[in-house]
Write a protein that binds this ligand. Structure first.
Ligand code: ZN
Ligand code: ZN
Length: 243
């Protein structure tokens, strides 16, 4: 039985299509027994998304709410065939972490080979830490290649619970492959809710079912372990100043 202690992928009203505030999210996280919460709103290229200044003003963002450690990240979008992102390096440096993903509202993607090349390009950005919902069948990828590269860089793929319910239908088989590739390469993954409303925080049942089916080792799920999860985010902080 896996017991998640931190959710590193939740949205707030700032994303433009999510319905809870940071405070509401933190209160639900506390109620559900989480010790950490990662706010990762979409970047400016998502229709209705916040402008860059939302992320630049991070000095106002608290470190802790109601005893829950809150991290300030972003879910940045790949915006073109060169793997460029919708937040520039000087903004990404201010954040605790950055999740990267494809969304059809921003970039329609290409063939499996093109998407693989584009994601590798994005992964080569030292300020990118986590790859979100890569099981989306709309963006076919060579998982063997992208997982191997992410693992070699100490970056992490996410298994996104929303991909099994509200979004990205048909992701399940690809998520299974991602988990198996991570096991093969000796990497780690993170389980996230991708909550767009506070009550979705703490809901990981579909993602965890899949991981137990493939017998994914619990010691390699980042957000089951406080030290591991915090160390991952702290290392990022140290590394980003070298960019
Ligand atoms: Zn969203
Ligand atoms: Zn998201």
């Amino acid at each position: 039985m896996y017991s998640i202690i931190g959710d590193l992928h939740v949205h707030t009203v700032a994303s433009g299509h999510a319905y809870s505030t940071v405070l509401e999210n933190a209160n639900v996280a506390k109620k559900k027994g989480l010790i950490a919460l990662g706010v990762a709103d979409h970047g400016p290229s998502m229709p209705g998304g916040p402008p860059s200044i939302y992320f630049e003003a991070r000095g106002h963002f608290p470190w802790e709410i109601e005893g829950v450690r809150v991290f300030f990240g972003a879910e940045v979008d790949i915006i073109d065939e060169n793997g460029n992102l919708d937040l520039p390096p000087h903004v990404l440096k201010k954040l605790d972490y950055a999740i990267v993903s494809f969304h059809p509202q921003v970039y329609s993607g290409g063939s499996r080979e093109e998407n693989t090349r584009i994601l590798l390009q994005a992964l080569s950005n030292p300020l990118v830490d986590i790859v979100a919902h890569a099981g989306n069948p709309r963006y076919p990828l060579d998982y063997r290649v992208v997982v191997k590269e992410a693992v070699s860089q100490g970056k992490i793929f996410e298994i996104n619970n929303s991909s099994f319910s509200v979004s990205r239908k048909g992701s399940s088989d690809n998520c299974r492959i991602i988990a198996q590739e991570i096991m093969r390469c000796g990497g780690e993954l993170v389980v996230s809710s991708d909550a767009h409303f506070c009550h979705e925080i703490g809901e990981y049942s579909h993602a965890l079912d899949l991981l137990s089916q493939v017998k994914f080792p619990s010691e390699r799920i980042l957000n089951l372990h406080k030290e591991k999860m915090f160390r991952f985010l702290e290392n990022r902080k140290e590394n980003k100043w070298r960019c």
